[in-house]
Design a protein around this ligand. Sequence first.
Ligand SMILES: Cc1ncc(C[n+]2csc(CCOP(=O)(O)OP(=O)(O)O)c2C)c(N)n1
Length: 204
Amino acid sequence: MDVLVAAPARRSPVRSVVESALRIRAFERALLDLFKGGHLSGTVHTCIGQELCAAALHPHLRPGVDAFFATHRGHGHYLAYGGSDDALLSELMGREGALCLGRGGTQNLRYRRFFSAGIQGGSTPVATGYAWALKRRGERAVVVAQIGDGTMGEGTHKRRRRSIVTQALGIWRAGSVGRLMRVCSGDTSICHPTAVCPSFEVAW
Ligand SMILES: Cc1ncc(C[n+]2csc(CCOP(=O)(O)OP(=O)(O)O)c2C)c(N)n1
């Protein structure tokens, strides 16, 4: 008797990235509707248009082992890192079960080794210190910091000799810590179009 064994369905990596991006988009759209209806406490910074950056990166990170430092538009990275949508929604609506007890809001989130903050460029030195600390503890983890292209020349990314970021990037360049720096270039900003951002070049 012939036995037919169904081949295990192979899940296309591209399909899961697109599904993850669509899930983020749906979440962000719902937030905008809630905001318009006056249901969110404080403001909301969505990552609409940047979903694929998060969806494509996080399958390569190990939640709880590798760390990610997001910008003020961190919802998508949080969700793609494995964070719960319920906990984030509760955070923004000031409900029971809020991710950061309702104190972080849209910008200042923490979940396992995922962090977000609203100070432009502020995450770079923090991420470097975090990576250094993990290395000193003997952990083989990757730490990723992301900034937007409009952050070139802002905050710790100002072009000053011996600035904190210069030193931080120096540590990264020297190979002392596991590092990955992502610049999300949207070129859709009304206040910081890419063309007017200071150029930025790091020779690794
Ligand atoms: C040090 C600092 N300066 C100014 C601001 C105000 N600010 C918040 S977002 C933003 C523009 C950010 O552009 P970009 O990094 O490209 O991110 P995008 O919002 O386009 O995703 C500015 C000027 C800030 N948060 N921190």
